[in-house]
Design a protein around this ligand. Sequence first.
Ligand code: GLP
Length: 264
Amino acid sequence: MLVVLKSNYEELSREAARIVANSIRQNPEVRLGLATGSTTIGVYRELVRLHRDEALNFSRVVTFNLDEYLGISPEHPQSFRHFMTEHFFSHVNLQPRNIHIPDGTISGDYEKYCAGYEAEIQSAGGIDLQILGIGRNGHIGFNEPTSSFASKTRLKVLSKATVEDNRKFFGAGEKMPRLAITMGIGTILSTRRVLMLATGAAKAGAVAKAIEGPLTASVTASALQLHPDAIAIVDEEAAAELKQKDYYRDVMEMTALFTPGKLS
Ligand code: GLP
């Protein structure tokens, strides 16, 4: 994994948006995998700015979101669809037909629905660049500890820790979803490039385990060590427990010298 250290959230967001914007400039029909969560808000803010100020064009970009709560309507303020509309979709020129988010209102044949979501990704040509956050328990998407590294899109039961972490987004006394539809670890490993973002001290433990710990289904982000082109962009607080920061700094410096634009 390539580890990019940034001094704060602002810089992290700008770097991630720069990589996404360059992928769009290189291929206007790029297929992006998108994530939700507070970590991603800065990236979307910066992409919206690039659309406004530098005419970054999303008209042919295709998007697939990682996950969605089950049993929540798209209009629900805590639905991931609502999050995406508020922070990103309503501010750029993405075509509605090119936007894909798992449907949290389905019932019945979940397996068929999830297989259909995978098939849509395949028929679009696969995901070129996948943005990811990381949960405090080391999850990516909603792939909770013990998720198979070979898993594809499916229904997952959320852990108590995840429900608690996300409670901040829900009203007091509001019922929290316990289930979600999420791309699997196998789906994420099949993408062409992954960008994992982490900010703040609360993520330091998960980040260290994901990047430097052993491969384990107990920390599903550690599966990214198997990805041929995974980049972790981490701010100072989230990097606090990494042991090899000096090495990552050397790599960043040498990469810039020998292969300028490697990250573009
Ligand atoms: C949820 C999402 C993840 C996200 C995580 C962290 O569990 N399913 O995709 O990475 O939250 O969220 P935050 O960025 O708010 O810490």
